[in-house]
Design a protein. Structure first.
Length: 62
């Protein structure tokens, strides 16, 4: 896939020789959906982040 075909984040610099443009409402919506999917995927990949907390509470020594 050529670099111009890859989805870009807002923080990515514009490609060489191009002028920064304003995004349309459709482009904004697609960008937000892309960001949301990336965030959801990252969350799923980190689950479970740790073992669940044990409900066991040790008794005090007599």
């Amino acid at each position: 896939m050529a670099s111009r075909d890859r989805p870009r984040d807002r923080k990515d610099p514009p490609p060489p020789g191009s002028e920064p443009g304003h995004e349309t409402e459709l482009q904004r919506r697609e960008r937000k959906q892309h960001e949301s999917r990336n965030q959801d995927e990252a969350l799923e990949e980190t689950f479970p982040a740790s073992d669940p907390v044990s409900p066991f509470v040790p008794a005090k020594l007599p």
